[in-house]
Every structure is written in C-alpha cells, then in structure tokens.
Design a protein around this ligand. Structure first.
Ligand SMILES: C[S@@+](CC[C@H](N)C(=O)[O-])C[C@H]1O[C@@H](n2cnc3c(N)ncnc32)[C@H](O)[C@@H]1O
Length: 356
C-alpha cells in the first residue's frame, strides 16, 4: 500500500476545501450583487444588518448571515458592535459599475455557468460542446457585465489611439465592423464617440443580438446596426476601415473561416484590432506565469472551449488557446502581412494591430 505523506495529505484536503469555500463565497458575491447589497453598503457607510435590511427591503436575519460571511471572507470590513462597511477599494471592485476595477459583474452568470455542469458530462462523452446560447439571456448579460467596464473606460481613450492613424479616420467618417460583438457595448461606445462613422456588429447568439438591440435603443444612437452573422455575414467587399474582435476568436468553432472573412471585408489600408485572452505557448508557461490559469482552464471547460467545440470539427481553442504565435500564424495564413502587439496593459487580455 502507498505510504501517504501526512503533511501533503493535510495540505491537499485544505486546498480542496478552500476551493469549495471559494465556490460558495462566489455564490454569496452573486447574491450581494444581485440583491443590491454591495451598492446599498457603498451608499450607507457603516451599517448594522438591521440598517442594511431596511435599506434593501430584505429580511434582517438573512442579511446578517450574509454580512457575517462576507466579513469572514475579508470582503466586507467588520467595524465592531455588529456594524459592517465596504472599504473604498471594495466599493470599486464590488459596487461601482462605472469603475474599471468593477468585478462583481463577473459573478452575474454564476448560476447559468454552474447549471451547464449538468450537461457537460455528455459533452465529455460526445466531444460536442454547448453553444453560447446554452447560457440563456442571463449568460449573455453576465458576459456583458464582466467585459463592459473596460469598453466603457478604456477602449476609446486608450486602445483606439494606440492604432496607427485610426482615430483620425474615425473622426472623419469611417466604416467599422465589430465581429463577435456580443451585446454591442464596445461598438456602441465607439459609435457614441465617432458620430460620423458607421458601425456594424456581427454576432451569432440570438440572446446577445436581442440585448444589443436594447442597448442601442438605450444609447439612442443611429449609427450602429446589428447583424445575425449566420444569415447576414460581413460584406466581402474590402469596405471596412476598422474591424474589431474582442474576446471571441478563442470561443469560435471556426475562427479560421471568420479570419478569412475579415480579410475579405477589410480595406487594403484598413486595421483590425484584436483583443483576446493573453496566453503563453505552453501549458507549463501558463501554469508558471498566470496566477489565474486554473480558473481560466475551468472557464474554458464551462464556456470558451465548449462553444469552440459546439459544431462538428470545431477548433476548440479555448480560453488560453489563442497565443500570440497562433494569432500571428492564423492571420498570416489568411493574407494579413502586418502584426503588432500593442502596448496596452490588461490583467487578462493582449491587444494586436493586424493589417493587410
Ligand atoms: C466572450 S463573447 C464576447 C462578446 C463581445 N465581443 C464582448 O467582448 O462583450 C464571444 C462572442 O463571440 C460570438 N461568436 C462566436 N462565434 C461567432 C461567429 N462565428 N461569428 C460571430 N460571433 C461569434 C459568441 O456568440 C459570443 O457572443
């Protein structure tokens, strides 16, 4: 019989229970965001559970248990005498949706993400994953809330100026396509900033397209159209000055086909901005250098690789599958000749300027 190392056994048990703790606390963050508890805490300052229950219209006993768990997890500060508060930093991360540090939106989709665990054993057996729409409208909204803070605060002021000559073209009036546009936040932000340009969002998820239409209506702008890419694909007429793809190439079942379509749609002097998950060429490097690697491989199984395998012969790149080297190769094979990594810092993504 194998002799067990007691210290290693204890460490393994602790690590596994830490994971269960993380999963349960993640569920509590979801509730705090969904029930407005973080926003109410941010507005209230130092409060008792009774104060917070009154402010949110919730039952005090439930709020008290939630607050105690949050304080035990180090997310909410305990001020003594049954009083709790959010630190200024926690307000940014958990309550203020306009902050670039806002992260609670990433917990919005937790129930939908965990619900697919019921369907994934079948995917492991057949090899066929679940399309994006398997997460329903809730999943679509969750992706939006996770990614929107960057689009709202960084895309126009930081990323577009990093591209050679693009801002001047957009200001004068250009044609732009955002492929895999999701719920359209990125393309709407660009359209608001550049009213002389016309923007098209291309997407295959019906839930994302429905929400994109709502977002456009809420923004009250007329220079954006959304297209169901399966029926109304990118025009193959070299007419686009700028094409963008954000966090979607690694999710696509057939990214090489989409990249070829982008090559046909772009003007000879056009620009393609790729924002996609930063990853290293080897598994060993990802594990060594990326503290979020374990979570990302998990998201890949839950969502990214799954959607990338949701059609027969899917590429299945997955969350960490589009390395810079692969992006260079795939774009070169589609006929692009210039590829430049942009100097834009982001905890998860890398940005590339690609040109014919
Ligand atoms: C992680 S989401 C990102 C959405 C959006 N770009 C954003 O950043 O919020 C990836 C999106 O790619 C879309 N997608 C996948 N394959 C596609 C294809 N062939 N054409 C257009 N969109 C596609 C999915 O439906 C999904 O909405």
């Amino acid at each position: 019989m194998t002799t067990l190392d007691p210290a290693k056994l204890e460490a393994t048990v602790k690590r596994v229970y830490d994971m269960l703790g993380g999963a349960v606390i993640a569920g509590m963050i979801h509730l705090g965001d969904r029930l407005g508890l973080y926003r109410a805490l941010a507005a209230a300052g130092v409060v008792t559970s009774a104060d917070l229950a009154t402010r949110t219209g919730l039952h005090e006993r439930w709020v008290r248990e939630w607050l105690r768990g949050q304080a035990a997890a180090g997310l909410v500060d305990y001020a003594g005498d049954g009083r709790f508060a959010l630190s200024a930093e926690a307000v940014h991360v958990l309550a203020d949706e306009s902050s670039p540090f806002f992260a609670a939106g990433g917990f919005d989709g937790l129930p939908a993400q965990m619900a697919v665990l019921e369907r994934l054993p079948e995917a492991f057996r057949t090899g066929l994953g679940l399309p994006y729409d398997a997460f329903g409208a809730d999943g679509t909204r969750a992706v939006e809330r996770m990614l929107a803070p960057w689009f709202r605060t960084m895309l126009v002021p930081l990323a577009l100026p990093a591209l050679d000559g693009v801002v001047a073209k957009l200001a004068a009036g250009a044609r732009v396509a955002d492929v895999g546009c999701g719920t359209g936040v990125a393309v709407i932000e660009m359209a608001k900033a550049f009213p002389r340009s016309s923007f098209g969002g291309y997407e295959i998820s019906r839930h994302a397209l429905a929400r994109a239409a709502e977002n456009r209506a809420a923004a009250g702008i007329a220079n954006v159209t959304f297209h169901d890419a399966a029926r109304d694909p990118l025009p193959a007429d070299a007419s686009c000055d700028l094409i963008t793809t954000f966090d979607c190439l690694h999710d696509m079942a057939h990214p090489a086909t989409v990249i070829r379509a982008i090559r046909q749609a772009i003007k000879p002097d056009g620009t393609w901005l790729i924002g996609d998950v930063k990853s290293k060429p080897t598994f060993e490097e990802n594990v060594r250098d990326n503290p979020m690697a374990a979570m990302m491989y998990g998201f890949s199984v839950l969502s990214c690789m799954s959607s990338a395998l949701s059609e027969p012969n899917g590429a299945g790149l997955g969350t960490l599958g589009l390395t810079e080297e692969l992006a260079r190769t795939m774009t070169r094979e589609a006929g692009f000749t210039r590829f430049r990594r942009l100097d834009i810092e982001h905890p998860m993504n890398a940005y590339y300027e690609v040109r014919p």
